[in-house]
Ligand binder design. Structure first.
Ligand SMILES: Cc1cc2nc3c(=O)[nH]c(=O)nc-3n(C[C@H](O)[C@H](O)[C@H](O)COP(=O)(O)OP(=O)(O)OC[C@H]3O[C@@H](n4cnc5c(N)ncnc54)[C@H](O)[C@@H]3O)c2cc1C
Length: 452
C-alpha cells in the first residue's frame, strides 16, 4: 500500500550514538489511523519506530530511470560538468560547507536567517551515510566557529533510513534506529553550536517516522522543527494534534508549512491520501495556514515556506491579526528573488533555504521544472551566451529535455502563479510600513518574531 503505512518495526533496542542503551521509546505520534507505538516492555528496552514503506513503492523516487542515470553520463563526465555549472548558480551556494556558510553569514549580516542543506537523498550505502555525517558534522562545527546561529535541514533518507545491507556497528539494531541515532548526534551537536535543525518532510511513507523522530528530538533538545505538507490529507490532523500536544517537555512545537513537493498517488479503492490538482492543493495549504494561526496557543512560531503571492499575503494578514503569534517566511535561495527583495524592503525578513554540494544538477532541474519563467531566467543567467531571442524558448527546451534526462514528465502548469494576488501583495507591502508606523508596531525581528 502506498501512503503512510501503519506497520511497525519489530522489537528493537534503542541505542545512543555512542552505542550505550538509553531504552528510549518513540513518542506517541500523530497518526490518524490511531496506531500508537507498542508500550515499552518492563525493562524499558523495547521500542518500535513507525515503519517506512520502501520509497520505491511510492512517489518518493519520481523521475528515476532517465538518461541522467545512464553510465555514459558519468563516464563522459557530462554529469560532473552539469553539476559544476549548477553548483555555482544563483540557487545553489557552491560545492562546499565553506561556501554555504559564507552565504549564511552574508544573509545574517543583512538580518536574514538561513537554512543550510547539503544536497542528496535516498542513500543506500552505509559508507555514504557516514560521509554525510562527516559533512554535516563539519558544517555544524563551521557554523559554530563562524558564529552563524541559524539552521540546517536534514531528512531521514540520507541519514540511514534507506540503507541496504545494514551492518550494526554500535549505532542501532535497525536502519531506523541507526537513522535516529545519526539525527540525534547532529541535533545534539547543533544545540551545542546554537544551531537549529529542521527535519524536512519527504514523501508520505516517511511521515510517521519523521514526526516521531521530530517529536522525540524536539522534546529533548528544543532546537528541532519539522514540516507539514498541504498536498497530503493527513496534514490537517497532524497539525491539530501537534498544536494540542502537551507532551513536548516544555519546548513548543515548531513547524514549517509547505505546499508539498512529492507527487502522492491515491490508490483505487483505498482512502485517498493526497489532494490532487493545483487549486485543491493550494486550498488545503491555505487552510493549514489559517488553522495554524487560529488554533495555536500564543507564542507559537508559524513558518510559511512559499513563493506563492496569495499564500504569503494571507500569512502576513493573519500575522497582523494575531500579533501574539510569530510568523516566519521562508523561500528557496535564488527563487522569486524579486519578491524576497520587496518583502525585505518592507521590513519583513525572509529566511533563505541555502542548498549546497556537488550534486547540484538534479536539484536545479527540479527547480526549473517548477516554473517556466524561472527556467527562462536561469537558463539566460547560466548560459549568458544564449542569444536573447532564443531565451524565451528555453523552457520548451527544458520541458523537452527533462523527461529524456530524468525519465518523468514535467508538470510546469502545476506551478503557475496568481497575478491578482501578486498585485495585491505588492500594494500591501507598499502600505505596510505606514500602517505599522501608525499602529506603533516595531515590525518583524530577524528571526521572524513580530514586534508587538
Ligand atoms: C524553505 C522551503 C522548505 C521546503 N521544505 C519542503 C519539505 O520539507 N517538504 C516538501 O515536500 N516540500 C518542501 N518545500 C517545497 C514546497 O513544498 C513547494 O513545493 C514549493 O515551495 C513550491 O510551492 P509554492 O508554495 O511556492 O507554490 P507554487 O504554486 O508551486 O509556486 C508559486 C510560484 O512560485 C514559483 N516557484 C515556486 N517554486 C519554485 C521553484 N522551486 N523554482 C522556481 N519557481 C518556483 C512558481 O513559478 C509559482 O509562480 C520547501 C520549500 C521551501 C521554500
Amino acid at each position: 500500500m502506498t501512503g503512510f503505512g501503519v506497520k511497525r518495526e519489530g522489537q528493537t533496542n534503542r541505542t545512543t550514538a555512542s552505542g550505550g542503551d538509553k531504552g528510549r521509546v518513540p513518542p506517541a505520534i500523530y497518526n490518524q489511523h490511531g496506531v500508537e507505538p507498542r508500550p515499552p516492555k518492563p525493562n524499558g528496552k523495547d521500542c518500535a519506530w513507525p515503519q517506512i514503506n520502501r520509497p520505491e513503492a511510492s512517489g518518493a523516487k519520481n523521475g528515476k530511470g532517465g538518461l541522467i542515470d545512464a553510465k555514459f553520463m558519468k563516464t563522459l563526465g557530462i554529469e560532473a560538468m552539469l553539476n559544476n555549472i549548477f553548483a555555482n548558480s544563483q540557487w545553489v551556494a557552491g560545492k562546499t560547507a565553506e561556501s554555504a556558510v559564507n552565504r549564511g553569514l552574508e544573509l545574517q549580516k543583512a538580518g536574514s536567517p538561513s537554512i543550510l542543506c547539503y544536497l542528496g537523498e535516498h542513500i543506500a550505502e552505509q559508507g555514504k551515510v557516514e560521509d554525510m555525517m562527516k559533512e554535516y558534522t563539519h558544517l555544524i562545527n563551521l557554523m559554530g566557529a563562524k558564529g552563524l546561529t541559524t539552521s540546517i535541514a536534514v531528512r531521514p533518507s540520507p541519514f540511514g533510513s534507506d540503507v541496504k545491507n545494514y551492518a550494526d556497528q554500535g549505532k542501532g539494531k535497525t536502519v531506523l534506529d541507526y537513522c535516529y541515532n545519526n539525527l540525534e548526534t547532529l541535533v545534539a551537536l547543533a544545540a551545542k553550536n546554537k544551531v537549529s535543525v529542521c527535519i524536512d518532510m519527504e514523501a508520505l511513507p516517511f511521515s510517521d517516522y519523521t514526526l516521531a523522530t521530530y517529536k522525540a528530538l524536539q522534546k529533548e533538545y528544543g532546537n528541532v522543527s519539522t514540516v507539514l505538507q498541504g498536498n497530503v490529507r493527513r496534514a490537517e490532523h497532524d497539525l491539530r494534534a501537534m498544536l494540542k500536544d502537551p507532551d513536548f517537555g516544555g519546548h513548543p512545537p515548531v513547524f514549517r508549512l509547505v505546499k508539498g513537493i512529492y507527487k502522492e498517488a491515491n490508490e483505487d479503492g483505498m482512502e485517498p491520501v493526497a489532494y490532487t490538482g493545483y487549486d485543491n492543493i493550494h486550498a488545503n495549504y491555505a487552510k493549514l495556514i489559517g488553522i495554524a494561526f487560529e488554533e495555536s496557543p500564543p507564542g507559537t512560531r508559524i513558518v510559511v515556506a512559499s513563493h506563492h503571492d496569495a499564500r504569503i499575503l494571507e500569512a502576513l494578514k493573519l500575522s497582523e491579526r494575531h500579533p501574539d503569534k510569530q510568523l516566519e517566511l521562508q523561500m528557496l535561495m535564488g527563487v522569486r528573488t524579486d519578491l524576497m527583495k520587496n518583502l525585505r524592503a518592507a521590513g519583513i525578513p525572509v529566511t533563505e533555504y541555502v542548498p549546497y554540494g556537488p550534486n547540484a544538477f538534479a536539484y536545479s532541474a527540479r527547480r526549473m521544472a517548477k516554473s517556466p519563467d524561472f527556467a527562462n531566467a536561469i537558463m539566460a543567467d547560466t548560459f549568458k551566451s544564449v542569444p536573447a531571442p532564443i531565451r524565451p524558448l528555453m523552457h520548451k527546451i527544458v520541458e523537452g529535455a527533462y523527461p529524456i534526462l530524468f525519465g518523468s514528465k514535467l508538470n510546469i502548469e502545476a506551478a503557475r502563479g496568481n497575478s491578482e494576488a501578486a498585485a495585491e501583495l505588492e500594494q500591501y507591502l507598499l502600505e505596510l510600513p505606514a500602517r505599522r508606523g501608525a499602529a506603533g508596531q516595531k515590525g518583524f525581528d530577524g528571526m521572524g518574531k513580530q514586534g508587538a
